[in-house]
Design a binder for this molecule. Structure first.
Ligand code: NAP
Length: 243
């Protein structure tokens, strides 16, 4: 069996960082894709190496087609054929009511949250088709079905697009030996939020009474990439404390 090599976009912080550490513990070599925080990416790489796995860090803007190709080329050249992709890099974009959202801010956010996922998935499928083996996990959000009124309707719409691409692509590439699934987190304690205390503030509206930890999302991602999920494709797994 070939050593799993998994690219995690947005792997330098928050949910992505927890995913990298969990996958390393579960035996994956890791490529950390990140936008700008070099020191955060290096810290994750140190943790992966400490777990006994190989790690590569690559600066990338996932909304840029050439950058995405550079990320996958570097992974294949330095670690071998890519077996897994965790499409995770995301941004909230403008916060507030849609009537006040600026077009450039929404365009940029949609570029990362939708086009970026499509570009990474497209390249992953091209590479994985050659070996006839691979798994993709998209990180969407419970916002896709809640809609996030007054907060970021454009972001919720982008995450609904991620759910839809998961279902369609899963069917499109099932016969190529590639599985495509999705994890939809609720509110998680990371630096993602414009208001850093938001996870505490929304806790009362969550059936389990608290926001989640990044590690609680990472376990679901790791399972979907594992052989235990060999018959699972096209699934959207909600990890949202009952929301
Ligand atoms: P985060 O803490 O803000 O981390 C975002 C990560 O994405 C960072 O590693 C960042 O790199 C990277 N990134 C941002 N834009 C990028 C780009 N254009 N190209 C490459 N990398 C980029 O966010 P998070 O909370 O972990 O969120 C991770 C995913 O979970 C996102 O898709 C988000 O929508 C989703 N999600 C989050 C929550 C939540 O409550 N936190 C809930 C549901 C879903 P740098 O470190 O270099 O900036």
């Amino acid at each position: 069996m070939q050593q799993p090599v998994t690219i995690v976009t947005g792997g330098s912080r928050g949910i992505g960082a927890a995913v990298c550490e969990r996958l390393a513990a579960d035996g994956h070599d890791i490529v950390v894709g990140y936008r700008s925080h070099d020191s955060a990416a290096e810290k994750v790489a140190d943790a992966v190496v400490a777990a006994g796995r190989r790690c590569l860090t690559v600066r990338v803007d996932t909304a840029d087609e050439n950058d995405v190709d550079r990320l996958f080329d570097a992974a294949a050249q330095q670690l071998g054929p890519v077996t897994g992709l965790v499409n995770n890099a995301g941004v909230s974009g403008p916060n507030g009511r849609l009537v006040d959202a600026d077009a450039d801010g929404m365009r940029q956010a949609l570029g990362v949250n939708v086009l970026g996922y499509l570009l990474c998935a497209r390249r992953a499928v091209r590479d994985m088709s050659r070996t006839g083996r691979g798994a993709i996990v998209n990180v969407s959000s419970a916002a896709a079905t809640i809609g996030s009124p007054g907060q970021y309707v454009h972001y919720a719409a982008a995450k609904a697009a991620v759910d839809a691409m998961t279902v369609g692509l899963a069917k499109e590439v099932a016969a190529d030996g590639i599985r495509v699934n999705c994890v939809a987190p609720g509110t998680i304690w990371t630096d993602f939020h414009a208001d850093p205390e938001r996870p505490a503030k929304v806790a009362a509206n969550i059936p389990m009474g608290r926001a989640g930890q990044p590690e609680e999302v990472a376990g679901a991602v790791s399972w979907l990439l594992s052989n235990d999920a060999a018959y699972t494709t096209g699934a959207v797994l909600r990890v949202a404390g009952g929301l």
